[in-house]
Design a protein around this ligand. Structure first.
Ligand code: ZN
Length: 413
């Protein structure tokens, strides 16, 4: 069995309230065998010197869209599913260089299953990339955030949305996701900012529709992630058992209390708000987003501060695809800017994200866990910007990026 010893200057183990190094980590095969001040060095073990680095569990981004290019969404519709999967693979591999060893993809706008195929190809070892957890499509009401029909002239009926408007059709959509290999169900229960013809401040599923969607998913053992904006949308999603609420743009104190009591995770995608603010100021925000985002941006920032002051479980998620993957690492800084402590932000991307995904073999550096390990210079608990200096990436015991080596491919900005 291949053995590797990492000699680490400092360690954030994913669960502790501070750094707990210096330490050595012995990796055998794809798992961590021991973590101690000094570990055995089996004959032939490779020793990697990270004595001037801080190690952390590999980062987990729980909200990406590898096959959705927001800047070219309409044009992208004309591409084949295979083309989207191949481009998505490139993005996923490049993103791994920043330290992201596990991604939850929350939906393709495609009649086929490009992200499921991508996940399976990586798991089978046909291609190398981060571990993927996949919600294949975005289930929505007609005129909801996931209904992309509004991007096209009404004469075109393009199979890019997964929409339903009655109980039977909603059940069928959920069951189909299970049949063809989705891990999660993704739905939207309010409008969004980048979509045309909807409003994030309005709820788009009736209670009985949301209820049937989540209960059908749960019957099949699938957790549900809900894109939601309005305070009432956040509460509806929590009431009907969403495991994670995505964005939660306009969540209020009552909603946060409900999330805390129900144990729902919030994935606040705070860097996206920073990106949108920048675009609003620069005059480059798409016209369908301008009126909504201008109306709401201060309320979104206020909700983010409320979230930071709460005890709700926050998981790291970016919505990359809606903006460049090269900016996804900045979610750490956006979280701290909103008032989260650096430790809470680091846990959001490690142990808490792993817990959200139901993966007790990820997110923590301890014996028996999968060897997903990254290293950076500096102390991220003192200065969160250290997270943007990851230059060593191991996934499943295999080194994908070594210190001193630049990432193979420049991330597309
Ligand atoms: Zn999204």
């Amino acid at each position: 069995m291949n053995a590797t010893v990492l000699v680490c200057g400092e360690m954030f183990d994913g669960a502790s309230e501070g750094l707990t190094g210096p330490v050595e980590i012995l990796i055998e095969g794809n798992r961590i065998a021991s973590v101690a001040r000094s570990v055995d060095r089996p004959t032939g073990a490779q020793v990697i010197d990270l004595s001037d680095r801080t190690v952390s569990p590999g980062f987990i981004d729980t909200h990406v869209h590898l096959t959705m290019d927001a800047a070219n969404l309409v044009q992208q519709t004309l591409e084949s599913s295979a083309s989207k999967a191949l481009k998505g693979l490139g993005l996923a591999r490049e993103y791994m260089n920043y330290g992201f060893t596990t991604l939850r993809d929350l939906g393709a706008a495609d009649p086929e299953w490009p992200t499921v195929d991508l996940r399976d190809a990586i798991n089978a070892g046909f291609v190398e990339g981060p571990r993927l957890v996949v919600a294949a499509h975005i289930l929505s009401a007609t005129a909801g955030h996931g209904d992309l029909g509004s991007f096209y002239n009404p004469r075109w009926t393009l199979p890019v949305s997964a929409v339903a408007d009655d109980i039977g059709s909603i059940k069928a959509l959920v069951r189909r996701e299970h049949t063809f290999g989705g891990d999660w169900i993704k739905t939207t229960n309010t409008g969004g900012y980048f979509s045309a013809g909807d409003d994030p401040a309005r709820v788009t599923w009736f209670d009985n529709e949301m209820e049937i969607l989540t209960s059908t998913a749960h019957q099949l053992g699938m957790p549900v992630a809900v894109h939601t904006g309005a305070a009432d949308g956040c509460k509806q999603a929590i009431r009907f058992g969403a495991r994670s609420i995505e964005h939660a743009y306009l969540i209020d104190s009552e909603g946060l209390q409900m999330a805390e009591q129900a144990g729902s995770y919030v994935v606040p995608t705070m860097q996206m708000t920073q990106e949108d603010l920048h675009e609003l100021k620069a005059g480059t925000l798409p016209c369908q987003a301008v009126w909504k985002f201008r109306r709401d941006n201060e309320k979104i920032l206020a909700s983010q501060r409320l979230l930071a002051a709460s005890k709700v479980k926050v998981a790291y998620g970016t919505d990359c695809g809606m903006f460049p993957f090269s900016h996804g690492i900045l979610e750490f800084q956006a979280m701290v800017k909103a008032g989260l402590s650096p430790i809470r932000a680091l846990k959001a991307a490690t142990s808490v994200a792993a817990e959200l995904l139901g993966r007790d073999d990820l997110g923590v550096l301890a014996p028996g866990k999968l060897a997903d390990i990254v290293a950076m210079s500096g102390d991220p608990t003192a200065d969160i910007r250290a997270t943007a200096r990851v230059d060593f990436v191991m996934k499943d015991g295999i080194v994908y990026r070594e210190t001193g080596r630049k990432s193979d491919t420049a991330i597309r900005a």
